[in-house]
Design a protein around this ligand. Structure first.
Ligand code: FES
Ligand code: MG
Length: 586
């Protein structure tokens, strides 16, 4: 039995010697399902299991079963598990966006972790926003925390063919093009999309879900090897058990998130993000986690740290394989081993295993160089993000790993501007737009305030008429996001967004826009006086709040370059050490 640590905050509920009445009040309700006062007062750490799975979050639903193995691990290590729900966050099902709810789940989890008798927490993660919401909250409260990823789905197959370069998410973008070109019918479209999701688990391409779980591991917040284990594998349930065990030790060692998520850890995460060609949503979420951890990290750091890191993971959408192959090839430890030996990682960063990054990688993990390429034979010499600026926004990003070739001439385009996806769908087939190879498609009012929540709509498809002429894509630009599973070279996450006063708001169809990839600039070719005159005549479109949370969210959300955080929440840091314990409830 672990020694009793007087510092356990749960004892201020269960065993408050100075206040036996409150102790009884706090204890009695927890006894009604069979716990005993003796066990709750035994000085054993209380480990929360933050449950993100439910029928509304199919990507994480198997965490409901995995929690049994977490509980067993917690018990075997001498702790007591208490499972509780996290506000549902499912990427494809939540309207208008799951991004709107990331900050709501964060807020809810902060209240739970801070206001209940919890000494540590296992964060169950998977679908895109569940991972950042959990880590943001753990950082704010700063009780010992450990991530248990749910793992990707198995590989999908369609007509005997491994979905390979398509896979969940990505298959949708490819099939949409085929549907638009009239090459497949709607039934075939549905069949292809469903075939890409053959089992429990989250998306199995290097979309936002797998990216964020890999980066949680790179940050040191999950046990080594956790992120890539496919959801149905036995190893996943064993990892759940080991994670539960380790959660108890984290409390005994007082190894809190702020001791792990240091600047060095965030730089490791950025390096790994480049090496796995992570989702363009990764900088948003990682920057949000950093800000809630009190670590100064900016969007420019992504280029500083990540631009020269080679792409190693040959996983869709940048490469050809899927999550199951990535796991068999060694997953995140194999990637981190290559980066560490090439001098790209901080080996001394601490992790939840109790060992440093270098300590976790004492031996080379077995790997498969076709799936995880070595640093001297990478998939692409430079991964990472191009962080762009100019007179249309302070910052926007572009995923460089999907750019073919090295020639990046400066080009001017004619802007064709859409006010949100409804406008785009209504007008994209209009011949009057005069679309040709010299156009750039621009979408605005799709950022955190505008949408609200920022929508994955920047990767706009070209109309069927253009496809039939052999023009498969046009450059796109916008203040929204794009799916992490999209392979489009969009210029996205433009900050500030149109609804926050960014110059995208005064852009008009027909304006000339210059894109300079080498100079990392996008500029509207208009004199400053004309830009000022347009602002003088500008009336912002009204914001239609459909729910109370939308109004609250819009009143406090920051821009995507700063993580789209609830800005007022950033004043609340390290709650258990700066705020103590909340008042008694009665
Ligand atoms: Fe949930 Fe992709 S939609 S993981
Ligand atoms: Mg997405």
């Amino acid at each position: 039995m672990p020694q009793t640590k007087p510092s356990l905050r749960s004892r201020l509920w269960w065993d408050n010697a100075g206040n036996p009445e409150m102790t009884a009040l706090y204890l009695e309700r927890f006894l009604n399902f069979g716990l005993t006062a003796k066990e709750l007062q035994s000085g054993r750490p209380i480990i929360g299991i933050a449950q993100t799975g439910s029928d509304l979050v199919p990507c994480n639903r198997h965490h409901l079963a995995l929690a049994d193995r977490v509980r067993a691990g917690v018990r075997d290590a001498g702790g007591i598990p208490l499972e509780f729900p996290v506000h549902p966050l499912q990427e494809t099902g939540k309207r208008p966006t799951a991004a709107l709810d990331r900050n709501l789940a964060y807020l809810g989890l902060v209240e739970v972790l801070y206001g209940y008798p919890l000494d540590g927490v296992v964060l169950t993660t998977g679908c895109d926003k569940t991972t950042p919401a959990c880590l943001m909250a753990a950082a704010t409260v700063n009780i010992p925390a450990i991530v248990l990823s749910g793992g990707p789905m198995l590989n999908g197959y369609h007509h005997g063919e491994r979905t390979g370069a398509s896979g969940s998410g990505l298959v949708i973008w490819q099939s949409k093009r085929l549907l638009a070109a009239g090459e497949i019918c709607p039934d075939e479209f549905m069949e292809r999309v469903a075939a890409s999701a053959p089992s429990i688990g989250h998306c199995n391409t290097m979309g936002t879900a797998l990216s964020m779980n890999c980066l949680a591991e790179a940050l040191g917040m999950s046990l080594p090897g956790c992120a890539a284990i496919p959801a149905p594998y036995r190893r996943r349930a064993q990892m759940a058990y080991e994670t539960g065990r380790r959660a108890v030790a984290l409390v005994q060692e007082d190894l809190t998130p702020r001791k792990i998520m240091t600047l060095a850890a965030f730089e490791n995460a950025i390096a790994v993000a480049s090496a796995i060609a992570a989702s363009t949503n990764a900088p948003i979420h990682i920057n949000a986690i950093a800000r809630h951890t009190g670590v100064p990290l900016s969007i420019q750091d992504w280029q500083r740290v990540g631009a020269d890191i080679p792409v190693l993971a040959n996983v869709a959408p940048a490469g050809e394989f899927l999550g199951e192959d990535f796991y068999r090839a060694g997953g995140v430890p194999a990637v981190m081993w290559s980066l560490l030996t090439a001098g790209h990682l901080h080996g001394d960063a601490m992790t939840v295993s109790g060992h440093t990054v270098a300590g976790n990688l004492a031996e080379a993990p077995p790997t498969d160089p076709t799936v995880i390429r070595p640093c001297d034979d990478p998939l692409a010499a430079r991964g990472g993000l191009l962080v762009m600026t100019g007179n249309l926004f302070d910052s926007a990003v572009m995923k460089t790993s999907v750019l073919a070739g090295d020639a990046r001439p400066v080009r001017e385009y004619r802007a064709v501007v859409f006010d949100g996806p409804e406008d785009y769908h209504a007008r994209i087939d209009d011949p009057g737009l005069g679309l040709d190879e010299d156009c750039i498609l621009v979408i605005r009012y799709t950022g955190p305030i505008g949408y609200p929540g920022s929508a994955e709509v920047v990767n706009m498809e070209v109309p069927a008429a253009l496809l039939q002429r052999g023009v498969a894509t046009l450059p796109t630009l916008g203040d929204g996001r794009q799916s992490g599973t999209s392979d489009a070279p969009s210029i996205l996450n433009a900050s500030p967004e149109a609804a926050a006063g960014g110059n995208l708001a005064i852009l008009r169809t027909g304006d000339r826009v210059r894109v300079d990839l080498d100079g990392a600039r996008v500029d509207l070719l208009l004199p400053d006086e004309e830009i000022a005159a347009r602002w003088a005549a500008y009336t912002p479109p009204p914001l239609d709040h459909q729910t109370p949370w939308q109004e609250i969210y819009r009143s406090t959300v920051g821009q995507l370059d700063g993580g789209g955080c609830m800005e007022l929440a950033l004043a609340y840091q390290d709650l258990v050490h700066t705020k103590g314990v909340p008042r008694d409830s009665h």
